[in-house]
Design a protein around this ligand. Structure first.
Ligand code: SF4
Length: 699
């Protein structure tokens, strides 16, 4: 593809260093340009996260940025049944502001709110959450991280004191044992997976915890010591069993615990975990894992040297997602596997800027830097810098916004770069809520599924037009540099500022760098960050401030951010999503290498040829029972709804569990997912849905 591109456009004239807009690895690329045309994307050898490596998404799937589906003119309509009318920016922003103000005049300030995007830059996200708090006058702001890694934020901040992964990617080169839980790095985070496989080929031991036989388990070049093929939803029972074995066999690191952890919390937790109900033999049928494997894996993690945990959405997207994150933190503290290279608890973030969107204050209860809105001192700081009074009441989370919309108390929504009608669970519930709004403003590249319910469409910019920063899964702040002029004539943050101004709160910045300067002023962990520093150093990992002017690759060295590490009780509670006679199988979901999330970008590139449709993996035994042949169309039905997709007979899933991806709206896997969610954060339980699969009439 890149060679064809060079033949077509000629040799590059100049290049710009920027950052991939796909996964949370955050690879740096040299965009080689012929005028304003990208001739090819070359992985940048000095990129802090990728060191010259890349995958098929970052390298080849950038064509969506100039795809003919791009909308570049603002549009409005009175009702969602009306056709769109292209208008000027001034008219579109004025229309949105008047509708939002009318809603607030009638229903109160909290009747509107917004959702930020983990695909946008830190600067764009910061400005949206500021507009909602300062101009809208409400804390009704949430982020799409709600539906992926919000339990990471909860679990790690409660136990360690900060809402972030503990290591840089390079750290895996010092690991002796790697435990991969609920993540499929070869598809989801390919460049990190390459680094991991290199370490495994050099002799590191591997434990995989996943219901599916992922590539790390199947690869002929890697030998996983243990594949704990658990039943979806049994995570907490499993992590408790591992801790139980470590404690009952005296393998815990008492010196680390005495020096680094809260003693009273540990004593209380110790009593809990010693209970025989956590023994591997007691949870064998619940987890589906032989007790001997659980015992062996626990011993290896505790005694195999530096042990690191890397995890993904198979941990967080459960009704006990936060509990499982806490359970993994307990395990790391118990064995002293935290606070140095080669160890730690490392979330593999799905989107390019999940970490950043959370850091920038997108949660309804937290200002930038994870500080609670009810904290008078913190709020006073923001009131001074932003020059307006701010609400001390936490706002609505995304699922609560939908519920309130259906109840008639929430009537206006500003969505920045997220296709909630496709990505969020229980599609019928989401679309009914969107349909009930008086004003939905969508800021995006394409007329996506959500835009079908919008009254105002504000065209957004692709990563090739953005100036700003993304923060990857290792807290690395990377520069995103524009390689071409904005196709809409404006930066997204300018549009947000104009909306805030039209709402009666004048908001202006001269540049993205200007926004970062304000972020640094109000966020202690970003205090040393500036575009100048990033341009000099290439990238930096937060905290970056007076105490750590060069950034912080490894967290919690010598002490936890919260002081003493905190052991917490992790009682296993079964999911409310149960199988039944009518829905006897469990559906779980995941991604594939060539595609990205809801596919809005990758489906508009040549990558779509590698994965033209979502398919359902079903065990041959389950298929035979239903008379289903390989490649046949089947109906997938849950208590929520039904869809049709092609069956693929595969023993990658155990009997009783089926699997699909969610990249194509025509399949719409979220038609069947449910409203069950994590008890602490409302992160949806995407990974466990009771379903039935039957032959479909559809050819
Ligand atoms: Fe982009 Fe992730 Fe692939 Fe790197 S690994 S090129 S960040 S999609």
């Amino acid at each position: 593809l890149s060679e064809n591109s060079i033949i077509e456009h000629g040799q590059p004239e100049h290049s710009v260093i920027t950052t991939c807009a796909y996964c949370g690895v955050g690879c740096s690329f040299k965009a080689e340009m012929q005028g304003e045309t990208v001739v090819r994307m070359v992985p940048y050898k000095d990129g802090g996260a990728n060191e010259g490596h890349s995958c098929v998404k970052g390298r080849f799937a950038f064509g969506y940025a100039t795809h003919s589906d791009r909308i570049t003119t603002p549009m409005i309509r009175d009702k969602i049944s009306d056709p769109w009318t292209p208008v000027s920016w001034e008219t579109a922003i004025g229309f949105a502001a008047e509708r939002f103000k009318a809603i607030q005049a009638r229903y109160g300030k909290d009747a509107i709110g917004g959702i930020t995007s983990s695909r946008c830059t830190n600067e764009e996200v910061y400005v949206v959450q500021k507009a909602i708090r300062a101009a809208f006058g409400t804390n009704n702001v949430d982020t799409c991280a709600r539906v992926c890694h919000s339990p990471t934020g909860y679990g790690l901040s409660k136990t360690f004191g900060t809402s972030a992964g503990t290591q840089d990617f390079r750290s895996v080169e010092q690991a002796d044992v790697v435990m991969v839980i609920g993540a499929n790095p070869t598809d989801g985070h390919p460049v990190f997976a390459s680094r991991l496989k290199k370490r495994l080929r050099a002799g590191a031991r591997l434990i995989v915890v996943d219901p599916r036989r992922i590539d790390l388990v199947r690869s002929p070049h890697i030998k996983a010591d243990y594949h704990l093929q658990l039943q979806p939803g049994a995570n907490v029972a499993l992590v408790n069993a591992l801790a139980h074995v470590i404690v009952s066999e005296g393998l815990e690191n008492r010196a680390f615990i005495a020096e680094r952890c809260d003693e009273a919390d540990f004593a209380y937790w110790l009593e809990f975990i010693r209970d025989p109900r956590h023994a591997p033999e007691a949870v064998e049928s619940l987890t589906g894992i032989p007790a001997a494997d659980l015992r062996g894996a626990a011993r290896l993690y505790a005694t195999g040297g530096n042990a690191a945990i890397y995890y993904g959405l198979g941990v967080t997207e459960h009704s006990q997602g936060s509990t499982m994150v806490i359970g993994m933190a307990n395990l790391a503290m118990l064995t002293g596997n935290i606070g140095r290279e080669g160890v730690g608890i490392n979330p593999l973030r799905g989107q390019n800027n999940v970490q950043g969107s959370c850091d920038m204050g997108s949660f309804p209860h937290e200002f930038p830097g994870y500080r609670h809105v009810s904290d008078d001192t913190v709020r006073a700081l923001f009131e001074v810098v932003w020059g307006t009074a701010l609400s001390a009441e936490p706002g609505l989370r995304i699922p609560n916004m939908f519920d309130a919309a259906l109840a008639g108390t929430y009537r206006g929504l500003y969505v920045q770069g997220e296709d909630i009608a496709q990505s969020d669970p229980n599609t019928q519930h989401v679309t009914s809520a969107l349909e009930s709004l008086d004003c939905l403003v969508v800021q995006d590249l394409f007329l996506n599924e959500t835009a079908a319910f919008a009254h105002v469409f504000l065209p957004g910019t692709s990563f090739l037009e953005k100036d700003g920063t993304f923060t990857n899964a290792e807290r690395r702040i990377n520069r995103v540099r524009p390689v071409m002029a904005s196709k809409t004539g404006k930066a997204e943050w300018q549009v947000t500022c104009e909306l805030a101004t039209a709402m009666g709160y004048p908001m202006h910045y001269d540049s993205a760098a200007d926004i970062m300067d304000e972020i640094a002023r109000v966020t202690p962990t970003f205090r040393g960050v500036s575009f100048d520093l990033l341009d000099r150093k290439g990238s930096v990992q937060w905290p970056c401030n007076d105490a750590a002017p060069d950034g912080t690759p490894t967290m919690h060295i010598g002490g936890f951010v919260r002081g003493k590490g905190r052991f917490m009780i992790t009682e296993f509670v079964p999911s409310d999503e149960r199988t039944s006679r009518f829905f006897p199988l469990i559906l779980t979901t995941g991604r594939i290498l060539s595609q990205y999330n809801v596919g809005a970008q990758t489906r508009r590139t040549d990558n779509v040829a590698w994965h033209p449709e979502d398919i359902l993996e079903i065990h041959p035994h389950d298929a035979e029972q239903r008379g289903i042949q390989d490649g046949e169309m089947v109906s997938l039905a849950s208590r929520m709804g039904a869809t049709t997709l092609r069956a693929c007979l595969s023993d990658r899933m155990p009997q009783g569990v089926v699997y699909t991806t969610f990249h194509h709206p025509v399949t719409g896997a979220n038609v069947v997912t449910t409203d069950h969610s994590d008890w602490a954060t409302n992160c949806p339980e995407y990974k466990r849905t009771a379903v039935q699969v039957t032959r479909s009439n559809q050819a």
